[in-house]
Design a protein around this ligand. Structure first.
Ligand code: ATP
Length: 310
């Protein structure tokens, strides 16, 4: 095949903020059940897949991409191979990823790439996988991948991948402080388990099957930033702060400069601040940038993975 005849397809998928994240007790298989309220935000990775003889991946972007693997351990390659297996295809794809979602930032960037790749490769090869099969492959790739497919606002239970849509209205203004380091999700969970083991006498027994609090669902339904700010919650935050105490300063600075509330996003280290409106978000962005933090604004919710027209 000459390069002129190689077809390509592009797709994009969003990163997310967990506005609520509760972690259940450690189970015998080493995992935890979680209860998450996900919101997809307007930081979006773009993936282009082009017919090729084998698999390759290149990564560019306006965030630090030095920690993203460019071999077969890249989750986008795994996603493409899963579709290939399903389609009985013997070809390969060249995958080009353009990243806006911070890497190892707790915003599900790898999951976004996996979701975008699934739908792009499905389209490229004309596989036409039904929605349930795309979701089954997404689940195989990682707990946050199904949400990157759906986007919007959703509740995730089980490993986070048993999704149900949440009623939501309005648009929320987020100001995100990106760190110049990453935090490993498994390490943050281990820190949480160690903390719980140390304090087993003084904390409530942890529910093995956590749920999202009703007042979170109510705030999302109302589309009210002040209501949502009051109920933002992340069980992983204390563990992330323990591993990276500098994040406490970021949270304090944001809250002193007009944020309604701040929260560590997922396993961190991205810190997400909720602002009352666009003006407040812009002011907060200026204040945090002046303190030399890397700050980006985003709105949510946005839709999930979509193909891009040429
Ligand atoms: P989550 O919030 O879902 O736990 P995260 O946003 O903290 O994830 P990611 O950016 O998704 O973190 O990366 C997690 C790990 O996956 C990193 O160690 C990275 O090296 C690896 N990885 C594999 N493929 C990718 C990819 N396409 N983009 C980013 N990271 C990838």
């Amino acid at each position: 095949m000459t390069s002129a005849t190689r077809r390509s397809v592009a797709a994009r998928a969003p990163g997310k903020v967990n506005v609520f994240l509760r972690v259940g007790s450690l189970q015998s298989d080493g995992y935890h059940d979680v209860a998450i309220a996900y919101q997809a935000v307007s930081l979006v990775d773009e993936v282009r897949v082009t017919e090729a003889d084998g698999y390759s991946v290149t990564v560019t972007g306006n965030v630090d991409v030095s920690r993203v693997p460019t071999d077969r351990s890249n989750i986008a390659v795994t996603a493409a191979r899963l579709v290939a297996e399903r389609a009985g295809s013997r070809g390969g794809v060249r995958i080009e990823i353009d990243k806006r979602v911070p890497v190892t930032g707790g915003m599900g960037g790898g999951s976004a790439d996996a979701a975008a790749t699934l739908i792009a490769v499905d389209e490229l090869w004309g596989v036409g996988l039904p929605r349930e099969e795309l979701f089954a492959l997404a689940r195989q790739l990682g707990a946050d991948v199904p949400f990157a497919l759906t986007g919007g606002t959703a509740i995730g239970t089980g490993r986070g991948d048993e999704l149900s849509p949440a009623l939501a209205q309005g648009s929320f203004q987020w100001v995100l402080v990106l760190a110049d380091f990453g935090l490993s999700t498994p390490q943050v969970y281990r820190e949480l388990d160690a903390h719980r083991a140390r304090h087993v006498q003084d904390i409530h027994p942890v529910d093995p099957r956590p749920v999202v609090d009703a007042d979170v669902l109510q705030a999302l339904r109302a589309g009210e930033p002040r209501m949502l700010a009051d109920v933002l919650h992340n069980d992983l935050q204390a563990a992330a702060l323990h591993l990276e105490p500098s994040l406490a300063r970021v949270l304090e600075l944001g809250e002193r400069n007009g944020a309604l509330a701040g929260i560590v996003s997922g396993s961190g280290p991205t810190v997400a601040f909720l602002a009352e409106n666009l003006d407040a978000a812009l002011e907060l962005q200026v204040a945090l940038s002046a303190a030399r933090y890397h700050v980006v604004r985003a709105t949510g919710p946005v839709h999930g993975a979509r193909l891009l027209g040429d």
